[in-house]
Design a protein around this ligand. Structure first.
Ligand code: AMP
Length: 153
């Protein structure tokens, strides 16, 4: 990360930035390859996938930077959507396992400050790509994978 020590430790408790990249995706100001959307959550393909099918699920309705400041009343319904999309990824891509992960604060690996869970399919014989550091996937590579996930929802 290019943040200074002071900047990095601030990221855990800073105020929500309504112009963060996922807020822009929610507002339609930034493109994304969506796989699922309802009133509670939006799921879309990660553009720096750590494995084939790497999907993100973000809450709507709330301005939460991370799990710590997510209003408890909204957490349950959001997590049900994380599970729903995880099940669809499993059905669509039949991985050997799935990693579902979430980072709080830059020192923990967080780079975008709107709560999100990563769904990362894993195959026994394929190594995991580096977090937020692999190459940027092209829309034409992600779209067929997204279509399989949509079809499994
Ligand atoms: P984290 O590091 O947990 O905050 O995760 C942020 C994730 O968002 C990383 O895996 C990035 O690859 C991904 N990401 C960043 N910008 C975009 C974008 N515009 N569309 C989709 N995924 C993104």
């Amino acid at each position: 990360t290019s943040l200074t020590y002071e900047e990095a430790i601030m990221t855990l408790h800073d105020t929500y930035d309504p112009n963060n990249i996922f807020a822009k995706i929610l507002k339609g100001e930034m493109p994304s390859i969506k796989v699922y959307e309802d009133d509670v959550a939006l799921a879309f393909m990660d553009v720096f996938p750590q494995s084939e099918g790497h999907t993100l699920v973000i809450p709507k309705l709330v301005q939460a930077r991370n799990l710590l400041d997510m209003p408890s009343d909204y957490l349950g319904q959001y997590m049900l959507k994380v599970q729903k999309v995880t099940r669809a990824v499993e059905k669509a891509l039949t991985p050997d396992g799935l990693m579902v992960s979430q980072f709080n604060g830059a020192p923990a690996g967080q780079t975008v400050y709107h709560l999100h869970f990563h769904i990362i399919p894993r195959w026994e014989d394929k190594p995991l790509g580096r977090h937020a550091e692999g190459g940027m996937a092209k829309p034409e590579e992600l779209e067929p994978i997204a279509e399989k996930i949509r079809a499994a929802l």
